[in-house]
Ligand binder design. Structure first.
Ligand SMILES: [Zn+2]
Length: 94
């Protein structure tokens, strides 16, 4: 199970669409239904390299980029799509 391997993450930059797809395929039926209905599924709390403590990771759907894995950011604890952030950085140069 990918979850018990802590997604093999050293950093979120290692996370690509194939890993997200593989993770979705490993979900049980109940988890797939929760994800389909709510668009968000709690995965587990992980501590990544260089972090002081664990953060909860979620699988969620970005309207632009499809399913993503991330953790809540900022005061509103929003789940932010890293591909959207990359797009934003790219667009800064335009
Ligand atoms: Zn996105």
């Amino acid at each position: 199970m990918i979850r018990s391997m802590e997604l093999g993450l050293k950093g979120l930059d290692k996370l690509d669409g194939k890993m997200v797809e593989g993770f979705i395929n490993s979900l049980n039926l109940f988890e797939k239904i929760v994800l389909r209905l709510t668009g968000v599924l709690f995965i587990a709390s992980f501590k990544l390299e260089g972090w002081e403590s664990k953060l909860p990771f979620y699988l969620f759907r970005c309207s632009k980029h499809g399913y993503q894995i991330g953790y809540p950011n900022g005061h509103g604890a929003r789940l932010i799509c890293f591909e959207c952030i990359h797009d934003g950085i790219k667009n800064l140069g335009k």
